[in-house]
Design a protein around this ligand. Structure first.
Ligand SMILES: NC(=O)CC(=O)C(=O)O
Length: 285
C-alpha cells in the first residue's frame, strides 16, 4: 500500500480493561476496535499485554505463536472488519524456533495483513525499594530490532512501554521520516505519575513528532496496577488528548500539515551540529 502523507489520520487509543480470561480479552478488544472505527478512527491502538494479565508468571502460560495463535488471528480480523490500521498492543509471544518468550506488538493494515512486528527491545527490569520490583527478564527475552511501519498516513515508529525511556528509537524514527511514535505501554502507580506523560512529551518535543502511549485500564484486583492515562501528544509537546484510569477510547487527528508548520517555525532539523555529536539515525545497525 503506497504511503501518501495527504490521507487524514484519526488515531484512537483503546484503553482496555484486561482480565485473566484471554478469550474475553480478545472479544472486548474486538468490540472496542470496531467502536473506534465506527467513530471514524483509521489508526487504532491497543495496550501492552492486552490479552493476558501483566506479570512474569503469566507470560509463559499465555504465550502463543504468531503463526497460528488465537490473538494474531483475532487481531487480523479486527483490522479487516474495522477497515483500519491496527497497532495490536502487545502479547506474550512464544517463538517455536527457540522456545523463548517475547513481549511482541503486531501491526496490521486494513486488509488484516501483518505489516510490522516489534519485540520489546528494552526489558522492564526495575527495583524501586519499597515501591515496585519487576523483572521482565525472569521469563522474557528482548527483541533485537527497532520497528517502523509504512501506513497510508506516512511512516510510524513503534516501541513498547519501557522502550519509551530510551530516546534513541524515537530520534532514529523521526530522522528516518516517521511522523509519529506509538507505544503500547503499562506504567504503574509508582512510575506512572512520575514519568508517563513527561516521557511522551519529551519524545514529542525533542523530535517534533506525534507521540502516543496506550495503557490498559487499572484493575485493583490484579497483581499489577496499571496507571492508565492513555495519552496523545502533538509535535509541539502539548497533550492533545488524555484520560483517567478507566476503560475508555480517546481520539485525535494527527495533522501532518500542522506538524510541518511547527517544524518550520522552530527549525531544529536544519540546526543540528553533527560536527559535534553523532547522528544516531546514521549509526543504526
Ligand atoms: N511496564 C514497562 O515496561 C515500563 C514501566 O512501567 C516504566 O518504565 O515505568
Amino acid at each position: 500500500m503506497a504511503s501518501t502523507t495527504s490521507t487524514p489520520c484519526k488515531l484512537a487509543l483503546v484503553q482496555l480493561a484486561v482480565t485473566a480470561d484471554k478469550e474475553a480479552n480478545l472479544a472486548n478488544a474486538r468490540t472496542h476496535v470496531l467502536q473506534a472505527a465506527s467513530n471514524g478512527a483509521n489508526l487504532i491502538v491497543l495496550p501492552e499485554c492486552f490479552n493476558s494479565p501483566y506479570g512474569t508468571n503469566f507470560f509463559p502460560e499465555y504465550a502463543e505463536t504468531l503463526k497460528d495463535g488465537p490473538s494474531v488471528k483475532a487481531l487480523s480480523s479486527m483490522a479487516k472488519d474495522a477497515n483500519a490500521f491496527l497497532i495490536g498492543g502487545s502479547i506474550p509471544e512464544r517463538d517455536p524456533t527457540d522456545n523463548k518468550i517475547y513481549n511482541t506488538c503486531t501491526v496490521y493494515n486494513p486488509k488484516g495483513e501483518i505489516i510490522g512486528t516489534h519485540r520489546k527491545v528494552h526489558l522492564f527490569d526495575i527495583d524501586v525499594p519499597g515501591k515496585i520490583r519487576f523483572q521482565e527478564s525472569e521469563t522474557l527475552t528482548a527483541g533485537n530490532q527497532l520497528t517502523q511501519v509504512d501506513t497510508d498516513f506516512g511512516k510510524i515508529g513503534v516501541g513498547i512501554c519501557y522502550d519509551i525511556r530510551f530516546p534513541e528509537p524515537a530520534m532514529i524514527a523521526a530522522r528516518q521520516g516517521c511522523f509519529a511514535m506509538i507505544y503500547p505501554g503499562a506504567f504503574n502507580m509508582t512510575t506512572g505519575p512520575l514519568h508517563w506523560e513527561l516521557l511522551q512529551r519529551a519524545r514529542a518535543v525533542d523530535n517534533q513528532m506525534f507521540v502516543a502511549a496506550c495503557s490498559p485500564a487499572r484493575d485493583l484486583t490484579a497483581g499489577y496496577h496499571a496507571w492508565g492515562h492513555s495519552t496523545i501528544v502533538g509535535p509541539d509537546g502539548l497533550v492533545l488528548q488524555t484520560t483517567d484510569e478507566k476503560q475508555s477510547i480517546i481520539y485525535a487527528e494527527l495533522d501532518r500539515t500542522k506538524m510541518n508548520e511547527f517544524r518550520q517555525s522552530i527549525p531544529l532539523t536544519n540546526q543540528r551540529r553533527f560536527d559535534l555529536y553523532a547522528d544516531v539515525s546514521k549509526v543504526n545497525p
